[in-house]
Each structure stands twice: as structure tokens, then as C-alpha cells.
Design a protein around this ligand. Structure first.
Ligand SMILES: *[C@@H]1O[C@H](CO)[C@@H](O)[C@H](O)[C@H]1NC(C)=O
Ligand SMILES: *[C@@H]1O[C@H](CO)[C@@H](O)[C@H](O)[C@H]1NC(C)=O
Ligand SMILES: *[C@@H]1O[C@H](CO)[C@@H](O)[C@H](O)[C@H]1NC(C)=O
Ligand SMILES: *[C@@H]1O[C@H](CO)[C@@H](O)[C@H](O)[C@H]1NC(C)=O
Ligand SMILES: *[C@@H]1O[C@H](CO)[C@@H](O)[C@H](O)[C@H]1NC(C)=O
Length: 306
């Protein structure tokens, strides 16, 4: 059979339109916009600049984020997944915004990006962030690996963060406490930290979780539950049924007690619960957009939501 070039020319737009349509609907929930390396570097720096204290305070205020897309999806390996702008601003910025408040790592005061590569609308970076761990009286470097996808407006559509060496960090903090209190047994330092955190959480409960938001009958039963009933938690258990998880969520209670009080309560409110095992955590299908630039690898990306 023989086609005139005119006939083929008529078919081509239809074929390419079909191809584009199928790529669009399969690989991306957000309109993709390809950025240059320079633009992605600036977007990455913009995020970390806003993460530092006291710039992060501004991100906890107001209705809409300059950083996150309204329907942002986020995951942090030592905790769990977090949906939407409001929750993510409370979590990413609000968690590290008060140097006076008891906390594990305190407030971020400086950062250095040590590894960075970017393509399309996705950036991957390693950032060493110096935290002023005011509760422990040390400046501590924390290494955070991030993957960030930006939407067409340059806002974060998805992020996936890993706290590198977090178990080592936790051990380091506890060892510092052991030295400070002249502990003769390892458990003493953990008990000291548990007392510090439980006292802070129960104070917050007392202050903000009243009426229908109340989780514990009184401060004594709160303290008792947090130091005796629930486990302290390992480095990967900041999103499980532990004291460390309740310490994370305690910082968010002040923003929306109706949402966050249950997370520090005995039931864990769906956030401090043992709902997923190792296999489920590692194989969780969560993200709506692919993490591989230019539409590559869609056949094997097991982290994409169905
Ligand atoms: C911001 O939130 C306040 C109270 O929550 C509301 O009154 C106001 O209309 C909101 N503004 C915008 C621009 O959505
Ligand atoms: C992700 O996809 C699910 C299922 O289509 C949808 O319900 C959800 O709103 C999407 N989330 C985002 C952030 O796009
Ligand atoms: C990172 O860089 C800044 C400025 O270049 C510096 O002040 C800071 O101390 C560095 N180190 C860390 C670990 O943040
Ligand atoms: C760390 O925080 C303490 C207590 O707020 C403060 O006195 C100290 O100056 C801070 N250190 C740095 C390097 O910001
Ligand atoms: C720990 O031991 C040192 C030196 O023996 C002492 O000066 C300090 O007061 C002790 N600290 C505590 C909390 O017991």
C-alpha cells in the first residue's frame, strides 16, 4: 500500500496526541514543568532557607504556603507519610521553631548541601543541617537526604526525606545525657530523656487538650502512660506507638488541638500506632507522581499509588 506524504502528515498529530495523552494520565497527577538545573538549585536552596529558624516561624503562619502545593504528599522514613499543605507546614516547619521548648534536636540554624543533582522537575540532595539542640546543650549536625518534586509554580508537590545516621544521632544524644548525669547504667540516660519528654508532652496536654480533646484523665496518668506503658521507641519508630512519636506530635498540638491531641493520647490517633510492619513500610504504594524524570521507569516504580 502507498501513502502520500499528505495522508501521513494528517495522521501524525493524532498519533502524537494519543501518545501524549497516555503518558500524561499515567505518569503524573501534577502538570509537569521542566526546570533548568539552575532553577532547581534555587528552588532547593529556597526550601532550606525557609527551613532555618527563625525563617521557619513565618511558614507556620498564614493560610497558604509559599513552599508546599496544597495537595503535597510527603514521607519521612523515621516517621510516616503526611498529606496536604497545612499538616506539612505544622510538621516540617512548626516542629523545629521553638528553641525554648523541650525537643530532641531543637532548631535548625545552618545548612550545607553536600550532594545535589536535578533533572526535569525533580531534585535529589543531601543536606547537613546544624541544629541547636537546646534541650541537650549541643550543636548537632543532622544529615537529611531528600527527593523533591516541584509543580509548575515551583512549589513542592512531593517530597521524600531520609534521616541518615539517625540511630547514631539518637545514641549520641543519649550518651551525652549519660555523661552529664553520671549514669552508671545505660537505662538511666533513657529514663532521664523519657522523663524530660513525658513532662513536656503532659504539660502540652494539660494546656491545649481540654474538653472533647482531652486524652488523659490527669497529668499523673499521662506521665504514667508515657513513661511506663508505652515504649520509648527505636530510631525508626517516630511514627509508631512510642513516646518518641508523641514527642514529635506534641509540637503540633498548639496549632490545631482538635487534630493533634489524639496523636499524643494513648490511642495514637492513627499517627502513633503500630499499623504497618516492615514489609508494608518498605513496599507502601503512596506517591501519585513518579520519582524518575522524563517518564522513565514507570513499569517498575513500586512506590506509586495504584
Ligand atoms: C485565612 O484563614 C482565616 C481564618 O482561619 C480566614 O478568616 C480567612 O478568610 C483566610 N484567608 C484566606 C485568603 O483564605
Ligand atoms: C492521589 O491519588 C489519589 C487516587 O487517585 C487521590 O485520591 C488523591 O487525591 C491524590 N493525591 C494527590 C496529592 O494528588
Ligand atoms: C555550613 O555553611 C555555613 C556557611 O557557609 C557555615 O556557617 C556553617 O557552619 C556550615 N556548617 C554546617 C554544618 O552547617
Ligand atoms: C543555641 O541556643 C541557645 C539557647 O537558646 C542560645 O543561647 C545559643 O546562642 C544558641 N546557639 C547558636 C549557635 O545559635
Ligand atoms: C557528675 O560527676 C561530676 C564529677 O564527679 C560532678 O561534678 C557532677 O556534679 C556530677 N553530676 C551529677 C548530675 O551528679
Amino acid at each position: 500500500m502507498h501513502f502520500h506524504s499528505g495522508q501521513l502528515g494528517f495522521l501524525l498529530p493524532i498519533i502524537s496526541a494519543c501518545l501524549f495523552a497516555s503518558v500524561e494520565s499515567k505518569s503524573s497527577e501534577h502538570p509537569r514543568s521542566a526546570f533548568t538545573f539552575d532553577q532547581l538549585w534555587k528552588l532547593e536552596k529556597g526550601f532550606w532557607d525557609s527551613f532555618l529558624y527563625p525563617a521557619n516561624l513565618k511558614q507556620t503562619q498564614g493560610n497558604a504556603s509559599t513552599i508546599f502545593a496544597s495537595d503535597v504528599q510527603g514521607r519521612v522514613d523515621i516517621t510516616r507519610t503526611f498529606d496536604g499543605d497545612e499538616l506539612n507546614r505544622e510538621y516540617i516547619f512548626g516542629l523545629f521553631a521553638d528553641p525554648e521548648h523541650v525537643s530532641l534536636v531543637g532548631v535548625p540554624i545552618a545548612y550545607n548541601i553536600t550532594q545535589f543533582t536535578a533533572n526535569d522537575n525533580i531534585a535529589s540532595a543531601t543536606t547537613v543541617v546544624t541544629f541547636n539542640a537546646t534541650s541537650f546543650g549541643v550543636l548537632i549536625p543532622v544529615t537529611i537526604d531528600t527527593w523533591i518534586e516541584f509543580n509548575a509554580d515551583g512549589k513542592i508537590a512531593q517530597y521524600d526525606a531520609t534521616f541518615r545516621w539517625f540511630e547514631y544521632l539518637l545514641d549520641f544524644l543519649v550518651e551525652g545525657v549519660a555523661t552529664k548525669i553520671n549514669a552508671t547504667e545505660p537505662d538511666q540516660a533513657v529514663a532521664y530523656v523519657a522523663d524530660l519528654l513525658a513532662t513536656a508532652i503532659c504539660d502540652t496536654h494539660e494546656q491545649h487538650c481540654t474538653g472533647s480533646n482531652q486524652q488523659y484523665t490527669d497529668t499523673a496518668s499521662c506521665y504514667d502512660f508515657l513513661t511506663k506503658t508505652v515504649r520509648f521507641g527505636k530510631a525508626h519508630e517516630l511514627g509508631r506507638n512510642t513516646l518518641l512519636c508523641r514527642e514529635v506530635h506534641e509540637h503540633m498540638v498548639q496549632y490545631r488541638p482538635d487534630v493533634h491531641c489524639s496523636h499524643i493520647g494513648p490511642g495514637g490517633g492513627g499517627y502513633c500506632v503500630d499499623d504497618m510492619d516492615y514489609m508494608q513500610t518498605v513496599l507502601q504504594r503512596y506517591f501519585n507522581d513518579s520519582w524518575i524524570p522524563f517518564g522513565y521507569g514507570t513499569d517498575q516504580n513500586i512506590w506509586l499509588a495504584d
